[in-house]
Design a protein around this ligand. Sequence first.
Ligand SMILES: Nc1ncnc2c1ncn2[C@@H]1O[C@H](COP(=O)(O)OP(=O)(O)OP(=O)(O)O)[C@@H](O)[C@H]1O
Ligand SMILES: [Mg+2]
Length: 497
Amino acid sequence: MSNITSELKEVGIVLGGSTPSYAPVQLRKDVEDSVEEQQLAIVRDDKYPGKLFTGVLRGIRRLDPILRGNVRTPYVEYHEYWSQAYPEMSYTNVYVSLCSIIDPDNKRIENCRIAPHPNSKVYVMTKEASILSKIEEAIRKTVQEEICVGEQKYSGLKLPLNAYYARCHVGVFGATGMGKSRLVKALVDELVKNYAIIIFDHTGVDYTPFYDQIVSSKDIEISADVLSSVVLDMARLDKNTYSTYMDVACIVFLKQLKGEKVELEVGRRAFRIENSVEDPLEKFIGVADGVMAALGARDTTRAKARLFLNEYMDRNFVVEVVTKRKKSPEEIVQQALKLKGKSPLVINLGDDTEIAVKRGIMYDIISAAWEIVKENRKPLNLGFVIDEAQNYAGEYTYPTNRIIETTAREGRKWGLFVILASQRVSRDISASIRANINTVFFSKLQATGDLREISGFLDIGGIEENDLALLESKDFFVAGLMNPLRVPMLLRVREVP
Ligand SMILES: Nc1ncnc2c1ncn2[C@@H]1O[C@H](COP(=O)(O)OP(=O)(O)OP(=O)(O)O)[C@@H](O)[C@H]1O
Ligand SMILES: [Mg+2]
């Protein structure tokens, strides 16, 4: 035991007032300028032989018995007399946020339910200490499905994360450029061993270049309601007047493309909408006009629709709907399930510019997965990666927010889960979605208040805004179910090329 601690750096002793989660510590004079917050600490209490407390150093405070914070001192004015009057008496206190007790000989780890005694020695972990591998092994025994995305920043401890809890949903938050997308990629590369993964690549630059299983969003079928909202937007038609007509027109149009004949019944009359034109845009305009006539639209309303559709609709878009978008959302899900254990399936949404189309495709794919679950009543073990989640999971990002919410709330039982990454928490992710996220990786945050927001749905163990200010790119705290230790750990994410 003593040879284990001889490899570590002794930094101080425990003071009175410790609890099972908190141990105040006074630092030795020779180390007080080199100790940093978030370092991994080991407390050795001789009253518990064979066991070591582990935790994280926090709350560095410089103190002085004479120059006390709330007492007036004459040395403000007579600074030069200070060193003549008093020897150096200042000291530095920290505290250890205790997470567990390990038994290094038997490589066992348990939650900390006892408090270390005053005068116990405190060490910080050094890289290459032999106890590191023993701690790793002890933690590994408590983890069901182990993955690793990086090391604890100061000690190099390769923290095993519990992949089993990925199914309870994961959030990744941090300011721009902190490395969220890279962290998500590192997570996906590990999770794909146990789960099928579909990555929605919002811009097509974060994931598409790194994988070879890619589906362009332009190859995926879009549903009638999505087509309708895009048509209304593109052709600048007023939603109040035209949304019913276009909804029906889009259903009829897509059915006709599949060779189905469509009859409309209005009142007691039935209409058949025939359209034999070849040019896709003209074909669509023909169907829209036919539907409006059947539904009893006025001549002026019809004339405006014809004119605006002709003038403003993007012809290429309609051509693509007719010629390219053939892959059904269900096929996509099946394809991803087949790739389980090998590779994630990336949907390159960057190929579409209309946000309504991106959202529509995401909605249809996640819905297709739910359909499969409802039919088979068996867990799918399928995760959806949603980067730039502000576009999909916010309060007003209909319809994706609904399906993401359902997945976050009820997906766990069916092995359906989401990994959301975004710069902000409170505005980007709707309240009902974030309440169901059980693991969070967070770095320096974009807005003050976001940390409070995270602490509203997850225990972040006393981490404060100023702890985040010093983080560099690739530094992320991990908190929640996937972290096997009860204190948030500062990870340095591994190099993701
Ligand atoms: N783990 C890593 N390995 C290698 N490089 C990294 C890593 N993390 C971050 N970087 C570097 O930082 C850059 C930004 O990373 P990334 O795109 O993941 O940030 P982000 O947080 O997703 O930013 P945004 O919010 O703008 O999407 C990368 O281009 C890369 O150069
Ligand atoms: Mg990113």
